[in-house]
Design a protein around this ligand. Structure first.
Ligand code: NAD
Ligand code: DAU
Length: 354
């Protein structure tokens, strides 16, 4: 089913979803091309996520450290590597950071996306596809019922989601105005291996293992719709190969959960596989804290378009996916210790002398 991409630019490939996507794609039998991973290596870019690839690539994987805000660098990379398709993950992704310091969200998410679209457009007919990875947060917040569809109006509530909404509009405009072959996916909360421990699930797992407080925003009853990261990678590849150009597809995990329920499930798994020395439950670590400003109450995704037209559906249930994920963070203490201590940035210092 592959569209025969030769040189795929993956932006943000050292981040959580991007690195999972690179592992996923290199293992697929229907992808024969080369991956060029362009990442600025911000705090969220972790070379450990792709350990081993740089030396074991057989020419199928190249890493280039570059900032998508640098238009000249993007033009050079597209020319040097003959880029014919893009999977665009690179972005500032954490809502709390966008509330404290929104500037980098405007540059990376909006200007960076513009630079890539503009560079792709200039490659003319040799360019095959620009796939933009976006979020369900562009749709705003739901009440107790209903689902986001591709027709739901955009109502972003945080600087993060507003910047992603702007980038989505640019992608749409480049298709409508210039005929750039694009596809766009808006997906719900991802979880799985290699997620930076500022996001809810890895933060709670690591804090619990380290006997630190587990901060629950507000009443803990905000709802997210959780998607296992490999299911997301599979959805992206399906859309890239079979999605209609110019169209948007929602991606969800059919797993709506209140935050407090997730934290309870994580603690139950940990208490079972890594019991505390005193044998007591870790629930005493739960600490209710001040709510996030503008905190969206509920997200839930209708992914029937993707399911019915392209045949994709999520394979992982939340219960199995969460157990796998918690176990991964428990078993990969080298990764978690290096990310918590900041040692993951040593490679960057060695390579780039910072
Ligand atoms: P992440 O924060 O883990 O990784 C982002 C990556 O982008 C990092 O490697 C970082 O170094 C790189 N990057 C940031 N700014 C850059 C720039 N200016 N130039 C080059 N590289 C840059 O993010 P993630 O969770 O993997 O999310 C990937 C994409 O998926 C984002 O576009 C995000 O909006 C979207 N998304 C994420 C989720 C989720 O639950 N994590 C859900 C829906 C959509
Ligand atoms: O919905 C897709 C989005 O999901 C992506 O676009 C974002 O990039 C991604 O970060 C994620 O955004 P959220 O804000 O939903 O994820 P986060 O892990 O930060 O928070 C999940 C929920 O948990 C949210 O309701 C806030 C709450 N929370 C989060 C943290 C970090 C807490 O209660 N305590 C915390 O310490």
């Amino acid at each position: 089913m592959s569209i025969g991409i030769e040189n795929l630019l993956v932006t943000g490939g050292c981040g959580f979803i991007g690195s999972n996507f690179i592992h996923y794609l290199l293992a697929r039998e229907d992808f024969h091309g080369r991956i060029v991973n362009v990442d600025a290596l911000t705090y969220a870019g972790n070379p450990d996520n792709l350990k081993g690839l740089a030396t074991n690539d057989q020419g199928r994987y190249v890493f280039v450290r570059a900032d998508i805000c640098d238009l000249e660098a993007m033009k050079r990379i597209f020319d040097e590597y003959g880029i014919d398709a893009v999977s665009h993950f690179a972005a500032e992704s954490h809502v709390d950071r966008s509330i404290k310091r929104p500037e980098s969200f405007i540059f990376s998410n909006i200007v960076g996306t513009f630079n890539l679209l503009e560079t792709a457009r200039r490659r003319g007919d040799s360019f095959r596809l620009f796939h933009h990875i976006s979020t369900d947060e562009v749709y705003g917040s739901l009440g107790p019922t209903g689902l986001f569809t591709e027709e739901t109006p955009y109502r972003p509530n945080s600087p993060y989601s507003a910047s992603k909404a702007a980038s989505d509009h640019l992608v749409r405009a480049y298709h409508e105005t210039f005929g750039l072959p694009t596809t766009l996916s808006n997906c719900s909360n991802n979880y799985g291996p290699y997620q930076f421990p500022e996001k809810l699930i890895p933060l709670m797992v690591l804090n619990a293992l380290e006997e630190k407080p587990l901060p629950i925003y507000g009443d803990g009853k905000n709802v997210r719709d959780w998607l296992y990261v490999t299911d997301h990678c599979d959805a992206i590849w399906t859309i890239m190969n079979r999605g209609r150009r110019g169209e948007t597809y929602n991606v969800g995990g059919a797993a709506e959960m209140e935050n407090i329920a997730i934290v309870g499930m994580i603690l139950d798994i940990l208490d079972e596989i890594r019991p505390r020395e005193n044998g007591r439950s870790r629930r005493d670590l739960i600490t209710y804290v001040k709510d996030r400003p503008g905190h969206d109450r509920r997200y839930a995704i209708d992914f029937s378009k993707l399911q019915e037209r392209l045949g994709w559906r999520p394979h992982e249930s939340f219960a199995t996916g969460l157990r796998k994920t918690v176990s991964w963070y428990v078993e990969n203490r080298d990764w978690t210790e290096r990310v918590r201590s900041g040692a993951y940035q040593e490679w960057i210092d060695e390579q780039y002398g910072e």
